[in-house]
Ligand binder design. Structure first.
Ligand SMILES: [Ca+2]
Ligand SMILES: [Ca+2]
Ligand SMILES: [Ca+2]
Length: 298
């Protein structure tokens, strides 16, 4: 056993032992110094509205939320919330309790289908367990709500149901890593209901570059802009920077707005839970990287 003395004034930051831990990336958002204070909690419930999640992935399984009011697999709606056997969340796309995203179906776009699992891993892949990657939270409860289908689209109806589910089940945070150009009033109202119940709302700024999203004041995208014009910034937006903290999307104009938009590095982001080091870039999957500070604000 080695005894390590820190140089005068240095801080020994907590570093996880997971093989895919990306130290440079996480250091950019000061994750390690945050982890010196906390590495998350199984009391914190994050509803992830996305394509679903591989809840039995070995690096995710410990951090998946369970509906303890529901008896699993008896075909009954034990907690009388309208969803039978919703033990791990709900699949609003297919209207069943299977939230596991199938990544190998013929014709499915792999990146789209695995999106929810990647998001879940960034939020809460088990940290310091010597396997796969490291989530921002080493311990957390992820509530997978499938409202985005395998083509990457979702209906207003399903999104509203998913948000109301998160409210009913007392999620602390709702994470949405998707964008639409359509103003969906029912989704806006549902998110406002969630916010008024104390839920932190986090949304990404999307993947698009200059041509499509040069100025959100002129071309609003949602959910991130649902609070546009409101006195409160009640939706926390997240955009993307490179390793030198320079915006890699054409959204530099929004960065000077304190409290409105956070940024997180994504250019070299690798999915934390995938075994291969596939070079999936993570522009839309960066909102989880700011969940911990979001909780701090809350
Ligand atoms: Ca139920
Ligand atoms: Ca049941
Ligand atoms: Ca791990």
């Amino acid at each position: 056993m080695a005894i390590i003395f820190a140089p005068h004034g240095a801080i020994l930051a907590k570093t996880p032992n997971d093989p895919y831990f990306q130290q440079d990336l996480y250091r950019q958002i000061n994750a390690e110094s945050a982890w010196d204070k906390t590495t998350g909690s199984h009391q914190l419930v994050v509803a992830v509205i996305d394509t679903g999640a591989d809840i039995f992935h070995p690096d995710l399984n410990d951090n998946i939320w369970k509906n303890t009011l529901e008896i699993e697999g008896n075909g009954q709606d034990d907690d009388h919330n309208g969803y039978a056997d919703d033990y791990f969340g709900w699949n609003f796309v297919d209207d069943n309790n299977n939230v596991i995203t199938a990544v190998n179906n013929a014709g499915d776009d792999h990146d789209t289908v695995s999106h929810g699992t990647i998001i879940a891993g960034l939020i809460g892949a088990s940290g310091d367990n010597g396997r796969a990657g490291t989530g921002i939270n080493w311990q957390v409860k992820i509530m997978p709500l499938r409202a985005i289908n395998n083509e990457g689209t979702g209906s207003e109806r399903d999104l509203v149901k998913a948000i109301d589910y998160a409210i009913e089940k007392k999620a602390d945070i709702i994470s949405m890593s998707f964008v639409t150009f359509d103003y969906l009033p029912a989704v806006r109202d549902a998110l406002r209901r969630a916010y008024d119940r104390g839920i932190v709302i986090v949304s990404s700024a999307g993947n698009e570059g200059l041509s499509e999203m040069a100025d959100m004041d002129r071309q609003a995208v949602y959910p991130i802009c649902f609070d546009q014009g409101d006195k409160e910034n009640w939706i926390i937006g997240v955009t993307s920077v490179d390793k030198n903290d320079r915006p890699i999307m054409a959204v530099a104009w929004i960065l000077p707005r304190p409290g409105k938009i956070f940024s997180a590095p994504s250019a070299m982001l690798r999915p934390t839970v995938l075994r291969e080091n596939s070079a999936v870039l993570g522009k839309a999957i960066l909102s989880p990287l700011r969940l911990w500070p979001a909780r701090r604000l809350y």
